[in-house]
Design a protein around this ligand. Structure first.
Ligand code: P6P
Length: 315
């Protein structure tokens, strides 16, 4: 079996032209550093809450803060990014090289981190843009529609550590080999299977949804198996590989849904569409939504095209 590292893959796919190779290398370094902390969390007093609440009003875990710091420091040192938006940062972060660097990154440093204490997979999600030439403010560089992304991906820290990305030419997965300290190509050109197996939704929200969502969930129950671990990256990764739908609808408590457009919905929507799937907020294509706030939430329906289309037929 030929060993294809991220660097070799990028050369083979001639991605060196727009710096994607350097960006993916930087992210793979950050992922290795975060992995080191995740796999030892129970031994290093890194489990549990930090005592802070983030801009979205969510309790921040100790590992959220550490992962956020690792990504900011690693990427700033490599001087490719001008601006960063993070779930754990209330405002846009401007790097020391903002005048000369060309790229912008939005990221969720450790999605699903409340699952760390119980050993359920968690993940890092990232979305990459070029700087916005029409920007008047720092925020304008981050508030770009999802179709403007030049790359997106995630790292899932699970039974193995897998980095999945797209740069608009298909979806590729790399599994970390601790024996050689490298991510090795393991999933060549991922496509969502035509016949879905799973649906992923928090069934406890059923009574808080509108009747359209309730009727849709009832149809899913008849033909699919429910798999929901409460980590978006883990639930999405399963549906990407096996076929299925992840949904987090608007509810009475969260009328705009729970998940964030810029660093959760957009990057996973880019990957999903590149793998032959669809991603909507129930009415609009996620990648076409014009962002207005850094931490804005959207309802999210993401996965097999047949299932996402089935929801849009409900009214
Ligand atoms: P609930 C984790 O906090 C997260 O943002 C996603 O990773 C996950 O899919 C969702 O929230 C779980 O939310 O309300 O079902 O616990």
């Amino acid at each position: 079996m030929s060993i294809v590292t991220i660097e070799k893959h990028i050369i083979d796919h001639a991605l060196t032209s727009n710096d994607i190779s350097h960006i993916l290398y930087d992210i793979n370094v950050a992922a290795k550093l975060i992995r080191q902390q995740v796999i030892r969390a129970g031994l290093t007093n890194l489990c549990g809450v930090s005592g802070h609440v983030n801009e979205s009003g969510e309790v921040v875990q100790r590992l959220d803060i550490l992962a956020n710091t690792i990504i900011k420091d690693t990427l700033s040192n490599h001087q490719r990014f001008s601006f960063m938006g993070s779930e754990e940062e209330s405002a846009v972060v401007q790097t020391d090289t903002y005048e000369t660097s060309d790229y912008v990154i939005l990221f969720d440093p450790l999605d699903g981190s409340s699952n760390i204490d119980v050993n359920v997979s968690v993940g890092t999600i990232f979305s990459i843009f070029k700087k916005n030439p029409q920007a008047n403010t720092l925020l304008d560089h981050c508030l770009q529609t999802g179709v403007q992304q030049i790359a997106a991906g995630y790292v899932i820290y699970g039974s193995s550590v897998v980095m999945v990305y797209t740069a608009g030419n298909g979806v590729y997965g790399f599994t970390y080999d601790p024996g050689i300290g490298e991510f090795i190509l393991s999933h060549e050109n991922i496509r969502i299977p035509d016949s879905p197996m799973y649906y992923s939704v928090n069934e406890a929200l059923f009574n808080a949804c509108d009747s359209r969502n309730q009727r849709f969930i009832q149809t899913l129950r008849e033909s699919l198996s429910l798999r929901y671990v409460g980590s978006l990256v883990a639930d999405f990764h399963r549906n990407l590989l096996k076929g299925g739908i992840y949904m987090y609808p608007a509810t009475r408590q969260s009328p705009r849904g729970k998940l964030r457009l810029l660093y959760e919905a957009n990057p996973l929507a880019f990957i999903c569409e590149q793998a032959g799937g669809l991603a909507t907020d129930g009415c609009n294509r996620i990648l076409s939504i014009e962002p207005t706030e850094l931490h804005q939430r959207v309802p999210l329906y993401l996965g097999s095209a047949a299932l996402v289309n089935a929801y849009t037929q409900f009214n």
